[in-house]
Design a protein around this ligand. Structure first.
Ligand code: FE2
Ligand code: FE2
Length: 295
């Protein structure tokens, strides 16, 4: 487990940097006009790209050894990858049974405000990651994206479904009121999806979300039911408790396995991406438990 002094030693794992990176991500990914590209903007983009790369390098350093031990043949790698569900960083965190069974409405609201702010938009991450991927993996990312889009039905889109819950519970999801751990999670996912040198990392990181989300979503859905939210209101979490089981299976079979079969180096990159994602999540859970005064 990481200790406080480790964070003090990092220029990246801290509030100010993660806020800056979050604001930059919001700005650079927003649709804009040619006139928005000022000289200052180019300078800032260049500076932030280098810092973002340094941030991911630091996260890689934390997981590199473990990732290097992952098998690089397709079957062996899938077995290792699926094993992360049981024993990956942050799995089976006691925060989730507590949210399901004990947390008050306000405690659940605070938790969800951090989580919603730390949600980089799975749909956009998939869309950014699929660029120039080989056809079979690209098709799987397309199917996954189509589900994110509610298969063409606005009411079934996952992103707006979460936004609705944010409105219902009147959550504050501003960058300034979000812990750096949650911002770092979103920023790491965005960095991996936007920089092509981390494309395989992103495939691994997105795949491990599909693998591990159902367990957490079921607990959150249970907590929301307990505090009186209707089926419609809890839909985002009820849906992901079930749908992501299928998404994970398909992602592993149709994206990860064929990509690793083509080039075994991708297994190590995907392992790093998955471990980076889980480690970022683990830091969030530790922070949330400390915030709630849990052990
Ligand atoms: Fe989703
Ligand atoms: Fe999914």
């Amino acid at each position: 487990m990481a200790t406080l002094w480790e964070y003090h030693g990092s220029q990246f794992l801290q509030q100010r940097f993660q806020e800056e990176l979050s604001y930059w991500n919001r700005e650079r990914l927003s649709p804009a006009f040619p006139s928005d590209m000022t000289a200052d903007r180019f300078d800032r983009d260049r500076r932030m790209l280098r810092l973002e790369h340094g941030f991911i390098e630091e996260l890689r350093a934390e997981v590199r050894e473990k990732a290097a031990r992952a098998p690089t043949d397709p079957d062996g790698f899938i077995a290792w990858f699926e094993g992360l569900k049981e024993s990956g960083p942050g799995q089976h965190d006691p925060l989730f049974p507590w949210l399901a069974q004990e947390a008050s409405r306000d405690e659940i609201r605070w938790f969800l405000s951090q989580e919603a702010a730390g949600e980089a938009g799975f749909d956009d991450l998939v869309a950014l990651t699929q660029v120039k991927l080989p056809p079979r993996a690209k098709l799987e990312l397309a199917r996954n994206y189509w589900d994110e889009m509610g298969r063409g039905n606005a009411k079934g889109m996952h992103g707006p479904m979460l936004s609705q819950l944010v409105d219902i519970l009147d959550l504050d999801i501003g960058i300034d009121s979000t812990a750096w751990q949650s911002l770092a999670l979103a920023n790491a996912m965005t960095a991996m999806a936007t920089s092509r040198c981390h494309a395989w990392h992103s495939v691994g990181a997105l795949g491990v979300i599909e693998l591990t989300a159902p367990g957490r979503s079921a607990h959150v859905a249970q907590g929301l039911r307990r505090i009186g939210l209707s089926g419609g209101e809890r839909r985002y979490f009820d849906l992901h408790a079930v749908l992501d089981v299928k998404h994970s299976r398909d992602w592993n079979d149709e994206a990860i396995a064929p990509l690793v079969a083509e080039d075994p180096r991708r297994a190590t990159a995907m392992a790093e991406g998955a471990l980076i994602r889980l480690r970022c999540g683990q830091r969030c859970f530790e922070h949330y438990r400390a915030h709630f005064g849990l052990g």
